[in-house]
Design a protein around this ligand. Sequence first.
Ligand SMILES: [Zn+2]
Ligand SMILES: [Zn+2]
Ligand SMILES: [Zn+2]
Length: 147
Amino acid sequence: MPVPLAPYPTPPAPYTPPANGGTQQSQLVCCGCRNLLLYPVGATSVCCAVCNAVTAVPPPGTEMAQLVCGACHTLLMYIRGATSVQCSCCHIVNLALEANQVAHVNCGNCRMLLMYQYGARSVKCAVCNFVTSVGASASTVDQKFSA
Ligand SMILES: [Zn+2]
Ligand SMILES: [Zn+2]
Ligand SMILES: [Zn+2]
């Protein structure tokens, strides 16, 4: 007696994720519930799956940075280069300086101009390896020189 042939199951095509440069994901914080949302780069707005609020995506090329609110510890996003970010939760204004700015100091040994991340305590000179403390204020240095 003929055996009915079961339909041959077609194996699912292996999913090959797009190579680097394909669909890139970016992040933003929902304007409604403050959840972190992922969206494909190029989208102009993101609808939150949690609260359905539509959050506008900053124009492409806008570099976003993140910081954590010093008062309520909410993750805040802001446009890189901004100097202050107001928390949408507690309305505290957080200074964004430390996150993205670079300061300069002269090497205490060879006077080479060094760059360092704002907020760093010391900078090691790439030329002479002297460690220059940047925690001290300029006035302290002046006192040392005038004494
Ligand atoms: Zn939301
Ligand atoms: Zn806050
Ligand atoms: Zn030096």
